[in-house]
Unconditional design. Structure first.
Length: 94
């Protein structure tokens, strides 16, 4: 790993990816919204950080195994995605 702040390095990796990555806290507020998420769903990080997830209703139905789901982007259009989800606690998948 390059020298410097590991969190900045990891964030740069996430933003360079074409995958959308969304991290929510226990109350459903957005803690991280990658550039891939912006491209796929339409909301910018500035529009969603610290707020309830704009795709929260769909997220409440996340399966425990990877599967295809339909979400609604900012423009209201359905977006079909393959979703991988896992709960995290203290930096560890639970």
């Amino acid at each position: 790993m390059p020298h410097g702040d590991p969190s900045q390095f990891l964030r740069a990796l996430l933003d360079a990816s074409s995958f959308g990555v969304v991290v929510l806290d226990k109350s459903g507020k957005v803690k991280l919204w990658s550039r891939g998420s912006e491209r796929i769903l339409g909301w910018t990080e500035e529009q969603v950080i610290g707020k309830a997830s704009p795709i929260e209703a769909e997220l409440s139905q996340l399966p425990s195994e990877p599967s295809e789901m339909s979400f609604h982007g900012q423009d209201g259009e359905a977006v079909d995605l393959e979703v991988h989800a896992a709960p995290w606690q203290d930096g560890t998948v639970v």
